[in-house]
Design a protein around this ligand. Structure first.
Ligand code: ADP
Ligand code: ASP
Ligand code: MG
Length: 471
């Protein structure tokens, strides 16, 4: 379809009736000019609420579950009342009750069994997105923009890694074309749930926390959209997280590679996997602020004229270092590393950084905290014999660490950046534990003690003058 615009609204951009109204109006403005499809997140904090409700159910805590259900009802029924014209409220409220009823049925099962099967979690947690898709599409219809709420589990086909599924692009493309093009051709706005999908045989899945950005890029790629706009609560992609660095500046343009490196290394503004489906098709992406839509935002493009030096710094404290060390030098480290990597891959664990020492034959990998238990389980199973016979020292875990990454295409081959970064971090009196310069030369990643992480981010931002004009 020619000139198709895909827009995604994040949790804060649909966090209340007032915010949904703005999102709806921004959609209407575009839909009057060109075919438009939108992807919506759950209202802010609703996904956390749903996950907590399921934890209460598993733990047999009926009171906790009931309280969560009540909050869920209130937030959505209040939004329904404040958002929709009176003649649409009754039917919408009934649909809200029905969706929450489905959620209640699933959590009721969890309460009874004392279990939270991943597949049921994925089915139930998508309720948040289904509720906001319903409300936003009703609002659009109410202001005369024909719209239809669409559940992405009928559109996005994924593998069966519940909680962190990967789309299968060919079948997804087929389903999106069959399900969405007819609506778009009729001049309607499909309002698609972010975050969720389903396996080819219909089992519900989700794409990982923050996955609605990824949903939007999957749909944009599947429908060959001409642009993707991601509406959030900051002015675009900044030189650092504005919550940590108040003088962080908006970057007017970044490359796909820079944006992907930032996202992978913790910049919450984009889900790490968002750019992959778009880069090969060259679909431009904008990151924009729904609280200040007049501002230009950040444009994410294939290439920009190279500027020297670093452009942004990002960090995450939700990581852990896992170290393996052969206890005897009879064990070839390369062989061990290969098996360890295979074990991590089998458990779907992503290695954020790898650092090794040839003398002691030891090596260390950095993984996300949420994947640590899986990583250890798989490493211990794969290396059980070596561990049992003392060829390998017990696996060491250090959770008191944080990852900081400095990103910029212009750092390629530019002398002195690394030196400035390390000087800044040590001047801030933060100990460096591990360092890696990605083979892309786009990123320098540094692992530091957790309590020094924020200080280090600010020091690097200042030393590299990242917020400075022209950055
Ligand atoms: P949404 O709900 O719209 O998906 P998120 O909360 O997931 O929004 O992401 C937006 C948040 O990302 C911002 O509020 C900001 O605090 C954070 N963030 C972290 N790093 C950056 C960065 N480099 N640039 C912009 N925002 C960032
Ligand atoms: N609602 C989901 C989450 O909070 C997905 C998203 O907002 O992108 O993780
Ligand atoms: Mg997000």
């Amino acid at each position: 379809m020619k000139d198709l615009l895909v827009m995604k609204f994040g949790g804060t951009s649909v966090g209340s009736a007032a915010r949904m109204k703005v999102a709806g109006e921004l959609t209407a403005e575009q839909a009057r000019r060109r075919p438009t499809l939108i992807v919506v997140s759950a209202m802010a904090k609703i996904t956390d609420l749903l996950l907590d409700a399921m934890k209460h159910a598993e733990a047999g805590n009926r009171a906790g579950l009931d309280e969560a259900l009540q909050t869920l009802r209130h937030r959505h029924l209040d939004a329904c009342r404040d958002l929709l014209p009176p003649d649409r409220q009754e039917a919408a409220a009934a649909e809200i009750q029905e969706l929450i009823g489905d959620f209640e049925r699933i959590t009721g099962g969890m309460l009874m069994l004392g279990e939270r099967p991943p597949r049921s979690v994925d089915e139930a947690v998508a309720t948040g997105e289904r509720l906001s898709a319903l409300l936003v599409s009703e609002f659009l219809c109410g202001i005369g923009v024909p719209a239809a709420a669409c559940n992405a589990w009928e559109l996005v086909v994924t593998d069966s890694v519940f909680g962190n599924a990967t789309p299968l692009m060919e079948p997804t493309r087929e389903r999106c074309r069959a399900g969405l093009l007819p609506l778009l051709e009729k001049g309607m706005v499909p309002v698609v749930t972010g975050f969720n999908g389903a396996t080819a045989d219909g089992r519900p899945t989700t794409l990982g926390r923050g996955g609605s950005d990824f949903s939007a890029s999957i749909l944009a790629a599947a429908l060959d959209a001409s642009e993707l706009w991601i509406w959030t609560d900051v002015d675009g992609i900044l030189s650092a997280d504005p919550r940590l660095v108040p003088n962080a500046a908006v970057l007017s343009e970044v490359t796909y590679n820079e944006a992907a490196e930032l996202a992978y290394n913790g910049a919450k503004v984009l889900h790490p996997r968002t750019l992959a489906p778009l880069a090969s098709r060259g679909i431009p992406v904008w990151s924009k602020n729904s609280f200040a839509p007049e501002k230009p935002g950040t444009r994410i493009v294939p290439a920009i004229s190279a500027k020297n030096g670093a452009r942004a710094v990002t960090s995450t404290s939700k990581v852990a270092l896992v170290s393996l060390e052969p206890a005897r030098d009879t064990l070839l480290a390369t062989h061990l590393m290969g098996r360890a990597m295979e074990a991590l891959a089998r458990a779907n664990v992503e290695v954020l950084l790898l650092s090794s020492s040839s003398f002691r034959q030891s090596f260390t990998v950095l993984v996300r905290s949420e994947e640590l238990a899986r990583a250890l389980e798989s490493l211990e199973a794969t290396l059980a014999l070596e561990l049992a016979h003392g060829y390998l020292a017990p696996i060491q875990v250090d959770e008191d660490v944080g990852l900081l990454a400095i990103v910029g295409e212009g750092m390629r081959g530019s002398l002195g950046v690394a030196g400035r970064i390390f000087t800044a971090i040590s001047k801030a009196q933060v100990n460096i534990i591990a360092i890696a310069q990605g083979s892309s030369e786009l990123t320098i990643a540094v692992v530091v003690r957790k309590d020094g992480l924020e200080r280090a981010v600010r020091a690097v931002h200042e030393e590299c003058r990242l917020g400075a004009p022209g950055g």
